[in-house]
Design a protein around this ligand. Structure first.
Ligand SMILES: [Zn+2]
Length: 274
């Protein structure tokens, strides 16, 4: 009888207590799985990731890493660091994100995904007198066609008033041809990657003054580009390219007339963003 009474009292007490517990949970936390849906937790987790407090895939589970991230966030933003995603904390997350998009700050997550120093689109606008010393004869470099972004490798083999170059392999020759469409003297803006620098330059693609099939520097007839008989200016063999092509820089000059070529200079400017 006594036991029964205690049991009834116990049950009554629990029934009385339950709404209080529930109400408290509602107002204090708004944060366990009964009050925040998995998708709302995912949203909050995304915000925590963006702000750099959570380093995990948003899962919708209110797990230990999430609680820890919430605590860190609350601590940083002057809230009680209890780990609960209450309404105050949710609002603070939103305002932190808004402040961030108004003035880009350096959250951990952003530093990881966006390079702080973006590789410049343009090349350095340096005079041929300098470029000649950077892009030396014998250098193998990557060339990027400014307009298409296509790249190929070349070797500088000759030249004193501009850089005489040859495609490194027949694959590089094919890429060059795909950019120009046909072999021509047409000038295009290019970027030269050499020794960690990016130089603004201009290139024409016409193969001239050499034969791939004959030894370099030998005297040959029928050199490419109607250059006739003379020294075979073709040092890279097996690249499916007879002779060499030209790369110009600021104030570099042509072979024959020893003059600055305005078409090349126009393209150097484009590559330099001038
Ligand atoms: Zn040349």
């Amino acid at each position: 009888m006594l036991n029964q009474k205690i049991l009834v009292e116990c049950i009554s007490f629990c029934i009385f207590l339950f709404p209080i517990c529930f109400l408290q949970a509602e107002t204090v936390s708004a944060a366990n799985d009964t009050t925040l849906s998995a998708s709302s937790i995912v949203e909050a987790q995304k915000k925590l990731v963006t702000l750099g407090f959570l380093d995990a895939q948003p899962s919708g589970a209110y797990d230990a890493p999430t609680i820890n991230a919430v605590k860190l966030f609350q601590g940083k933003y002057g809230l009680t660091a209890d780990g609960w995603l209450d309404l105050k904390t949710l609002a603070a997350l939103d305002s932190a994100l808004n402040a961030r998009s108004a003035t880009p700050s350096r959250g951990v997550a952003v530093d990881r995904t966006v390079p702080v120093v973006e590789t410049g689109k343009y090349g350095e606008y340096i005079d041929w007198a300098q470029a000649d010393g950077v892009f030396k004869i014998g250098s193998i470099v990557k060339v990027t066609d400014f307009k298409t972004g296509k790249t190929f490798n070349v070797k500088r083999t000759y030249g004193h008033n501009h850089a005489d170059c040859e495609p490194l392999t027949k694959e590089d020759t094919a890429i060059m041809l795909s950019i120009w469409g046909k072999w021509s003297w047409a000038t295009r803006a290019v970027i030269i990657d050499v020794n960690g620098r990016r130089l603004a330059a201009s290139m024409s693609a016409l193969p001239h003054a050499g034969l791939d099939s004959a030894p370099a520097n030998a005297t040959v007839s029928n050199r490419s580009g109607s250059y006739g008989t003379g020294m075979n200016l073709d040092a890279v063999k097996g690249n499916n390219f007879d002779g060499h092509f030209d790369i110009h820089f600021l104030n570099s000059k042509t072979h024959a007339s020893n003059k600055i070529n305005p078409e090349h200079q126009k393209c150097v400017k484009i590559a330099a963003g001038k």
